[in-house]
Write a protein that binds this ligand. Structure first.
Ligand code: FAD
Length: 146
């Protein structure tokens, strides 16, 4: 997050596949995202210094108004990935009436609304209009956990 700057953009922007995105809040601070941090333990993470420097370098190329801007804080978080990097969505294979929706990794905000819709259809109508077979927890039944 940069110091407050004159307002330049009112949309969230980013480079698809490019690992950087940015938006400006009403107060003018520019919130930039991308890169990878490092885990302190299973629940906590810190931004990587190289990643922060890299994002700031890329940011100035993409958003010239950021030249000379001060970064005032950074943060990171933990993304939970399953072996195939896809979420588990649908019925538990062991507990009747339990529905799963977890393992969204780095895309939970994006697909959360659609997942909520699908789960609502299961609860209210007995099945979702969109097939959730690919996300079944049973796909891991043959994987042994060390
Ligand atoms: C830095 C960062 C940037 C991200 N950027 C994006 C992005 O731009 N776009 C995007 O789509 N996604 C993004 N994500 C991913 C997104 O945040 C997650 O996919 C999403 O939050 C997952 O939602 P969830 O509800 O499944 O899990 P969570 O948000 O992790 O919620 C799980 C909840 O369960 C609680 N909990 C855990 N264990 C227990 C327990 N035993 N008992 C009771 N409660 C428990 C936790 O406290 C937590 O509140 C980002 C993630 C990070 C870390």
């Amino acid at each position: 997050v940069t110091e407050p700057l004159p307002l330049v953009m009112d949309a969230s922007t980013g480079v698809e596949g490019g690992g950087i995105y940015a938006r400006q809040v009403a107060r003018g601070n520019c919130v930039l995202g991308g890169g990878q941090g490092f885990a302190l333990d299973n629940a906590r993470a810190r931004p990587g210094q190289n990643a922060v420097v890299d994002i700031l370098r890329q940011a100035v190329e993409l958003y010239p108004f950021l030249e000379g801007a001060q970064a005032i804080r950074t943060w990171s978080g933990t993304e939970g990935y399953l072996p195939d990097r896809q979420p588990v969505i649908g019925h538990s294979s062991t507990q009747p009436g339990l529905l799963h929706a977890f393992g969204f990794a780095g895309a939970g905000f994006q697909i959360g609304p659609a997942v909520g819709q699908a789960l609502t259809e299961i609860i209210c109508c007995g099945a979702s209009k969109t097939s959730l077979d690919a996300f079944s927890i049973t796909r891991f039944h043959s994987i042994s956990v060390a």
